[in-house]
Design a protein around this ligand. Structure first.
Ligand code: ZN
Ligand code: ZN
Length: 380
């Protein structure tokens, strides 16, 4: 049996508050204690108290404890007075204890069920408000989307915007062509093996790599931690006895702490062992690029260079070619542009052309008087 604590009640008839649990009639209006709910002065009946935080709890003296029975009080079926368990007759109207249909807990439970049912039947005004807010925020996000789309369209239009420089004078045209030439020759090479077609010249033993080989095990001290029970601590809850008093219930909870300890662990130790292999020097015949033959000009007579193939020579790849023209501008000076051979053949020195560049940085175009794209070009 835990310590007993004084309970209090409020008069349901006149509203007088904080009447001690062992007082059977309201000191303000004089009526017998009716339908009440007992509570503790500090609200501790609904919470947990740590050990050492019970200084303000109002424990009953031995003398006071005698005022309370072990059992809950009973309700009079005729006048609804709440009588002590020991009373055989209602202190208010004299009805017998046998005719009672409920005690304190029965009535408390009934009242709580009624309150829960009422709360469930009420339409929740908070939910309506939430719906309203959602509709408003939905409208806001549509506006946000519209602004975003307008912004994207705007940026795209601007990026696509063209800038045309017109009437540029073509001052030069030029072409360049190049063809690689390969020669079949004997080369001296080295390696861990001789490829197909190679002939060994010499060989030697060389360090190839190291292997990690288990040598022995060694003991290592390792720090570890574990959770261990340190002690138990006490806390209290309070139970309504249904008669104007509460009982303090003692509980224990475990308190753990982290313990550190060292453990010996066996770990492998490795040793580096050198591995050797044969290193070859060999000769081998190979096709390799020997030189590049070039041709160039400043007219439209582009031709491939004469390869002048010697013995054991052949054309390599790839062939390379480039066709350019140069324009003169007052502001920006001379600039040179490259383009396809077919488009280049349509450009003559002395022509006036328009060059249209895009803000996106894509390759510019030669455009005609109507802004149509005639030939794609790129700056040199
Ligand atoms: Zn009263
Ligand atoms: Zn009665």
């Amino acid at each position: 049996m835990g310590k007993l604590v004084m309970g209090y009640w409020d008069c349901p008839y006149c509203g007088n508050q904080g009447v001690a649990g062992n007082v059977m009639n309201c000191p303000a209006c004089g009526r017998a204690r009716g339908d009440v709910r007992f509570y503790m002065k500090d609200g501790a009946e609904s919470s947990v108290r740590e050990d050492g935080e019970t200084g303000d709890i109002e424990y009953l003296s031995e003398e006071q404890a005698k005022d309370f029975d072990a059992e809950a009080d009973w309700y009079c079926s005729f006048c609804n007075s709440l009588n002590r368990n020991r009373a055989a007759f209602c202190s208010n109207c004299g009805a017998t204890r046998e005719s009672s249909e409920s005690n304190y807990f029965d009535q408390l439970k009934k009242r709580q069920e009624q309150e829960a049912a009422e709360a469930a039947a009420q339409p929740a005004p908070a939910a309506q408000q939430t719906g309203n807010t959602r509709a408003k925020s939905g409208r806001k996000s549509i506006w946000l989307w519209l602004v975003l789309i307008a912004l994207v369209v705007g940026v795209f239009t601007w990026m696509n915007g063209n800038k045309t420089r017109g009437g540029l004078l073509v001052t030069d045209i030029a072409w360049n062509r190049a063809v690689p030439v390969e020669a079949y020759k004997e080369y001296q090479e080295e390696g861990w093996s001789i490829p197909q077609g190679g002939t060994e010249i010499s060989s030697s033993t060389k360090l190839h790599h190291y292997d990690q080989v288990l040598d022995h095990y060694e003991d290592v001290e390792v720090q570890r931690s574990r959770r261990v029970l340190d002690h138990y601590e006490t806390y209290y809850t309070y139970s309504d006895r249904g008669n104007g008093s509460f009982e303090q219930i003692e509980h224990q909870r475990p308190v753990y702490e982290t313990e550190y300890y060292t453990e010996t662990e066996s770990r492998p130790v490795y040793r580096s062992v050198p591995r050797y292999a044969t290193w070859y020097v060999y000769s081998i015949w190979r096709w390799k690029e020997e030189r590049i033959e070039r041709s160039a000009g400043t007219d439209h007579e582009a031709y491939w260079p004469d390869l002048n193939l010697g013995e054991n020579e052949r054309e390599g790849s790839p062939r390379a070619e480039e066709y350019t023209f140069t324009v003169e501008e007052e502001k920006e000076g001379r600039s040179t542009w490259a383009l396809s051979e077919a488009d280049w053949r349509n450009i003559q020195v002395g022509d006036r052309i328009n060059i249209t560049t895009k803000r996106t940085g894509a390759d510019p175009w030669i455009t005609d008087g109507q802004g149509n794209q005639v030939a794609q070009i790129r700056r040199k």
